[in-house]
Design a protein around this ligand. Sequence first.
Ligand code: SF4
Ligand code: SF4
Length: 443
Amino acid sequence: MAIDMNVFRGFAEQIKMLPQMARPTDCPDNERVKHAKAIFSTKIDASNATQLESCVHCGLCAEACQFYIQTEDPELTPIHKLDLLKRYYRREKAPLRWLHRLIEPDITEADLEATQHLVYESCTECGRCGLVCPMGIDIAAMVHVTREGLAHAGLIPAGLRAVEQEQGSRGTVFGVGPDQLRQAADELRAKGHEVPIDKDKADVLVLTSTIDVLLFKDALEATVKVMNHLGLDWTIHSCAFEGANFGLLSGYSEVQKSASERITSQAIALGARMVIVPECGHAYPALRWAGANAHGAPLPFEVMALSEFLGREVMAGRLQLNPIGADKHVTYHDPCKIGRHGGVFDEPRAVLQALGVDMREMPSNRTANFCCGGGAGLFVMEKAEPMRNAAFDLKRQQVEATGAGSVVTACGSCRINLMAGADRTHWGTRIESLVELVGDNLK
Ligand code: SF4
Ligand code: SF4
C-alpha cells in the first residue's frame, strides 16, 4: 500500500509546529548548571572516566560520522561532542582535578546551551564512531550522558521537549492515545482482520507506535496479518501500546523509565512470554536494555524487534512467503539501533531472501551502515534539518550505487527521514517497510 504523500506532508508540517507546543521547563535558569553537573557526577563511573581519559586524537571517529563526512566541519568531530563532559570530568573527578581547576574555566549555562547543537542536533547516537575508535571509546553512550545532563537542566530542543512532555504527562505521543488506537483497530476490522485488543492473558504482547497508527498504517496492518497468519495468542494493549520512548531520546530519565515500565508491567500482567517491538529503531533498545535497567531485574519475557521476529520465523520455517521475483531489485537500510547496536542483520536479509528479490548491498552495510540522519529524535528537532538533509544525501549516494529501485527498512523514523529526503530531492526510489512486504506476500 503506497503512503499518501499528502498525509505524509501534513505529518511533516505538524512536526514543524511542535516547538510552539513545548512548555517551559521547571528548572530555574540559575540552577541549570547545578542540575547538569548532578547528572554528570552520577553517570561518570570508573568505566566512563577511563573512556574520557583514553582518546589518542587519531581522528578516525571523524571519518566515521556522516555529519562530519558531509560537512567537514571540525566542530562535528565525534570526540569533540564530549568536550563539555570531559571538562566536567577533569575539573571534578580526575586525579589532577586541582590542577585543571587552575587552568580551565568552570562550566557555564552558555556552555550548556552551545552543547545542545552538538549532542542533540548533530548526533543520532548511531554508534558508527565507536566502531572504529582504536581505544574502544563509546562516544554515542557518552553523548547520551551529556543529553541526560542537558535534559535535567531543561535544555532539550523544543520540538523534542514537546513530545517528551506529552509522553510524560499524558502517556500519549502526537495526540495518539487509546481512542485513536481503537479507531485504527476498527478500520482494520472493517477490512476483515481480527485485532485482539486488551486481552487479559496473552503469550505475545505486540507494541505499535504512534507513527504506525497515524502514518504507516500499512506496517500496522501487515503486523496484524502476520500475527494472525502464525496463529499466535497475541494482543495489543491500549494501556501499553506505544513502543516509542521520547524519554530515552531526550535524555529525560524519569519519562524514559515510566514509558518502559508501562510496557513491562503490562507484559507481566498478561503473562506474556514475548514482547514484539514495532518497526521503530530506538524502541528496541529502549525496552530491551534500557527498559531492563529501569526495571532493575531481568525482564521475564523475550523482547524482539519485529524484523528480528520475522527473520526468526522465516528461518525456522514457520513463516512461509510467496516469492516476489528477482526482477525486484532492493537494498536494505539497517536501522542503527536494531542493527549496529542490536546485532539484527541476518534476520531481515533472510526475509528478503525468502521473498526471492534481487538483494543488493550498499557500499557500507551491516555494522558499517550509515545512519539515515533522523535517529535519536533528530526527526522532530527543528534545527536539525540541515544535518538530516546532509545524512540523507550520503544515504542516497549509497543506495544509488546499488542500482536498486527500492530501499527497504524496518524503522519508522528511517522511513520518515528517507521519505522527507526523497520528497525534497524528487528522488524516485521506492522506500518500503519490511513487514509490509511480508504482509503482502504471506503464503
Ligand atoms: S554516534 Fe553517529 S552521529 Fe554521533 S558522533 Fe558518532 S558517528 Fe556521528
Ligand atoms: S577514534 Fe577514538 S581515539 Fe581516535 S580521535 Fe576519535 S575518540 Fe579519539
